[in-house]
Design a protein around this ligand. Structure first.
Ligand code: HEC
Ligand code: HEC
Length: 444
């Protein structure tokens, strides 16, 4: 700033002081008046218009998609420009930098001139940012398609780049870093919008989401069998678990029933959901929700809760078509098949231990071939052989294996139901048919 300009500004200031009003009480009085007016307006709006909240929360509605308020929609939309692990950049870093730039504006913008025509760069960049916010908001509310947004972003980027060149000297303005950054930022925005437009044009694969209660129950039953049976028992009846403390000592802890009326009547679906998601680490239950380090998604947690509620709560109206007992009863003279009878029993009673990642002598019982061929002591079942290891262990006999004693199965001291043992025996007897057709062919 040169002296001449300083003097000019000073003179202007002195002149304006001459006929200025006092802060106290004049300005304050006006402020109070306006504030009071706004206050009355707000009270009036609240009384006569009110807020219209969304309908009450419906915990059974899995299709609800939460959305931010309209004034945050641009941020919400902006997040789509970042892949999962980088969301924090879009959610915190970039907005943080922009707000920081605004806060520190007085420290780095030393331009003494106030008139808009003298602050083209700052105004230009700010207008571009505000336009981007408007465009993103419109995109989020689906008023604006990606294609139109792409064109607008391209235009904005074009204008910014053009302004780097458009000056009286007709030279590229190398020394305008803010303008360069803004130009390239808008170019990047354009690029990603274009990519998204292309991605949306391609048909995406349908993701199957269970929508009916029977469907959820059956998915929940499968998940429960795999994840929970080990500690809570196939019918949620509880039992005992062995916990290894940090110092290596083992301790047996009782697990109470989670299928009792006591439990069902006192816990809401939300509270079940929370417990399963969070676990009860202090009592020996690990977290299952993805948000807490577990491996289940929110919908999977919901399926488990649905299964528990409709299977164990005697007040629940089980919808038609729902399979409450996953194991069909074997009729007199009927030949059991893997598909219809054995698989449901294995799922409920054995799979929680006999799957990848558990201690089980490598006996993975996930499918037909696995049951026949897997295991350190394979084969554990042989068609027609009543001394098969599997039949022995489920009937309460210990067997010597290649790496020590194979315990009674299941090893938690609670034999499976006689009807289930019967299924295994009659299945081996008949030659271990896989499908229902195989079984009925054998029955003839
Ligand atoms: C490693 C063993 C283990 C596994 C696996 C496990 N839990 Fe638990 N769970 C526990 C223990 C221990 C408790 C505390 C029991 C008690 O207080 O008697 C518990 C408590 C609970 C409770 C709360 C009982 C209450 O009202 O206090 C629920 C509900 C529950 N588990 C459901 C599940 C479900 C559903 C799964 C499968 C996704 C599961 N648990 C898997 C060990 C386990
Ligand atoms: C609580 C966990 C658990 C459950 C439930 C369980 N098992 Fe096991 N199973 C084991 C373990 C551990 C072994 C390894 C041998 C041992 O320690 O007894 C094993 C071994 C076996 C073996 C011998 C495998 C080999 O090749 O050495 C058979 C057969 C078997 N189980 C059958 C079953 C059947 C059938 C069921 C369901 C009715 C079942 N198990 C349920 C934990 C379990």
């Amino acid at each position: 700033m040169n002296d001449e300009m300083k003097k000019k500004i000073n003179d202007k200031y002195e002149a304006s002081i001459q006929n200025a009003e006092r802060f106290w009480p004049d300005s304050i009085y006006k402020d109070l008046l306006v504030a009071f007016g706004l206050f009355i307006l707000l009270i009036g709006l609240a009384t006569f218009l009110g807020v219209h909240p969304e309908p009450k929360v419906d915990p059974t509605d899995a299709t609800y998609v939460p959305r931010p308020e309209w004034y945050f929609l641009f941020l919400f939309e902006f997040l789509k420009y970042f892949p999962g692990q980088l969301e924090w950049v879009g959610a915190a870093v970039i907005p943080g930098i922009l707000v920081g730039l605004l806060i520190f504006l007085p420290l780095y913008d030393k331009n003494p001139l106030r008139h808009n025509s003298k602050r083209k760069v700052a105004l230009g960049i700010m207008s571009a940012i505000v336009s981007a916010i408007v465009i993103l908001t419109l995109m989020a509310s689906t008023i604006m398609t990606n294609m139109i947004a792409f064109i607008l972003f391209l235009l904005l980027a074009g204008v910014l780049f053009f302004s780097l060149y458009k000056n009286p000297e007709k030279e590229i303005a190398w020394k305008k870093p803010a303008l360069w950054v803004a130009s390239f930022a808008f170019l990047a925005l354009t690029g990603v919008t274009y990519q998204q437009t292309l991605a949306m044009a391609e048909p995406t694969e349908e993701v199957h989401v269970a929508s009916s209660v029977p469907e959820k129950m059956s998915l929940g039953q499968d998940l429960y069998s795999i994840e929970c049976v080990e500690c809570h028992g196939p019918d949620g009846e509880g039992g005992e678990i062995t916990v290894t403390a940090a110092d290596g000592t083992e301790e047996k802890l009782p697990v109470k029933s989670i299928s009792s009326n006591d439990e069902m009547y006192t816990r809401s679906d939300e509270s079940f959901y929370e417990i399963i998601s969070y676990g009860q680490p202090s009592l020996g239950m690990p977290p299952f929700g993805g948000a807490h380090g577990g491996e289940l998604s929110p919908s999977e947690l919901e399926y488990i809760v649905t299964f528990m509620r409709y299977t164990w709560d005697d007040r629940a109206d089980v919808p038609e078509g729902a399979v409450t007992s996953a194991v069909p009863v074997l009729a007199e003279g009927e030949v059991p098949s893997y598909e219809v009878h054995v698989e449901p029993v294995v799922k409920r009673q054995c799979l929680s231990c006999h799957r990848e990642g558990k201690e089980n002598n490598n006996y993975l019982m996930e499918d037909y071939a696995g049951i026949l061929n897997n295991g350190d002591n394979a084969p554990n079942v042989v068609a027609g052989d009543m001394d098969s290891i599997l039949l022995q262990t489920i009937q309460g006999h210990e067997v010597e294996g290649v790496n020590g004693t194979i315990h009674v199965m299941p090893p938690n001291g609670k034999p499976i139901k006689d009807a289930y043992i019967d299924i295994f025996i009659r299945w081996v007897e008949a030659g271990m048919p896989e499908t229902a057709e195989d079984a009925s062919a054998l029955a003839e």
